[in-house]
Design a protein around this ligand. Sequence first.
Ligand code: GUN
Length: 280
Amino acid sequence: MTARILDGKKLSAEIRASVKEETAFLREKGIVPGLAVVLVGDDPASKVYVGQKEKGCLEAGFASFLHRLPDSTTQEELLDLIGRLNGDASVHGILVQLPLPRQIDPDTVLAAIRPEKDVDGFHPVNVGRLVAGLPACEPCTPKGILRLLKSTGIPLAGKEAVVIGRSNIVGKPVALMLLAESATVTVCHSRTKDLAEHVRRADILVAAIGKPRFVTADMVKEGAVVVDVGINRLEEGLVGDVDFGPVSEKAAWITPVPGGVGPMTIAMLLENTLEQAKKA
Ligand code: GUN
């Protein structure tokens, strides 16, 4: 089998176009969706992501408020900024780019964002709502993954879904969202025994481990849907967590890197911000 491409670039462009259309309608009513992005320090990958988020906002017709703080910023200074953004009516979404410098505790910072402005879905209230199956602001990358999976038209209910990676940003929330779709979900991680055995059972495979070409063709079931969340910067360029060439000979669907999950994350961020602006 040669896999069909799950094209995140194309799907995200459609979503961004519809966000832009709704934004134009809101603006006529005097509401401009506003996203504040906070970048602390000089992490090169974070700078790229933040730049993409800002570009996405401007293209959609949002107001974008970028706050660049030095690496030496104290936790108090950051909490002070978040307090101001929490109280600013023109800001509907607040995103603090992770990772943060060592002197700042990310959990304290994320918990300081008003849950209604938490467009990343990382606040404990939103995490708890997701766990409980209540309506929540869902984290952008997992939400984008579910959107890609649904675009195949393949029902998720009853499928064997295997997630590799247990991060708070991707692995855990995507597992919960697949469970909410009635998939049978296995979460594998660095301590999993016989990882390949679990992965071979997957009808739906989500790879989010951050190891280049970790998932090889012998680990993939014929006809599986493979979602590659990895963005590994090697000398040869960007490489996913999946060995794309050989795996695409076995899978039914596969996301490319780049052009798969990445663009979906930004489209979901815009959608989450728009939703909060509509509620304001
Ligand atoms: N760092 C890597 N991914 C993300 C994300 O989705 N949101 C934030 N805030 N930081 C990140």
